[in-house]
Design a protein around this ligand. Structure first.
Ligand code: ADP
Ligand code: MG
Length: 265
């Protein structure tokens, strides 16, 4: 394990009942402030890997370290709770991270409220501070403050995903796992959100594992790219080398098949 890594996983294995290994011995490290892209065809195990890292799914075996501390056994402890919001996630469907019954302000502030053990009474007491904080977070994701008082169904898909990002950065995390965060959006909105994420990442400095099935998006946002095939990490390179003739044959095949404008993995 590299000393300065923000996150390291070693030999992660995950098998669903009745299937061959979905994740078959994956190892990698993420360093502070870098964005690492993960590409692979549909069903290659990208989301399973993300869920295992986030301890939403129990891995069969493997080890994970966050800032040098080994994660405790999944499910048996709320390991990431003790990390004080240091690891956050953004998923493809913003509906999965936004409670339809909560106003936007309460969704955005939820990670911080939890971290600070704010009960409903305390939430009332610090309304002004919360409002100021939520306005600042919305400003960072380039949304107008008046949306704070609305409900998710009143927002567009792009706005909801910006809210999910505001929520993810609210606790000043060291690592954000993003699983296809722009894949449900139209091309223009996707591009705008990617540009915003790049600015946020530069200014805030979190490390990012960015999962996508879109080669152009991955190449735009990532410093390094990893390729997953049938649960194995088969290639790993600097983004400039995506089109290099020295790439693994499978990577070249992906590039050839999907680099035409608009084609997705
Ligand atoms: P990707 O995100 O790369 O499209 P997934 O990680 O979602 O791939 O899925 C990888 C494989 O694991 C697929 O064959 C999928 O059917 C299977 N899988 C994913 N989640 C589950 C689950 N909860 N139960 C059983 N099989 C699953
Ligand atoms: Mg997926």
């Amino acid at each position: 394990m590299s000393e300065e890594a923000v996150f390291t996983v070693q030999n992660l294995i995950k098998t669903y009942a009745g299937q061959t290994r979905t994740i078959d011995g994956i190892s990698f490290s993420l360093h502070p402030g870098e964005c690492v892209g993960l590409i692979g065809e549909s069903g290659s195990g990208k989301s399973t890997l993300a869920r295992c890292i986030l301890l939403m799914e129990k891995m069969d075996s493997g080890q994970m370290w966050f800032q040098g501390t080994e994660m405790l056994k999944p499910r048996t402890t709320l390991a990431y709770r003790t990390l004080e919001g240091q690891v956050q996630a953004v998923f493809q469907n913003p509906a999965s991270s936004l409670n339809p019954r909560l106003r936007i302000i309460d969704s955005v502030m939820e990670p911080l409220d939890t971290l600070k053990n704010r009960t409903p009474v305390i939430v009332q007491d610090c309304r002004q501070d919360r409002l100021k904080c939520a306005e600042r977070l919305l400003d960072l994701v380039e949304l107008p403050a008046h949306l704070l008082h609305q409900y998710p169904h009143e927002l567009s898909g792009g706005q909801k995903q910006r809210v999910a990002i505001a929520r993810a950065i609210s606790s000043d995390p060291s690592l954000i796992i993003m699983d296809e965060p722009t894949s449900s959006l139209d091309m223009i909105t996707q591009a705008q959100i990617i540009e915003m994420l790049m600015i946020l990442q530069k200014n805030i400095g979190f490390a990012c594992l960015f999962i996508s099935h879109d080669l152009a998006t991955i190449q735009r946002i990532s410093d390094r790219i990893m390729v997953i095939q049938e649960g194995r990490m088969i290639d790993h390179f600097a983004k400039e080398d995506l089109f290099s003739s020295e790439r693994h044959a499978y990577t070249q095949q992906l590039v050839h098949k999907y680099s035409k404008r608009g084609r997705k993995l």
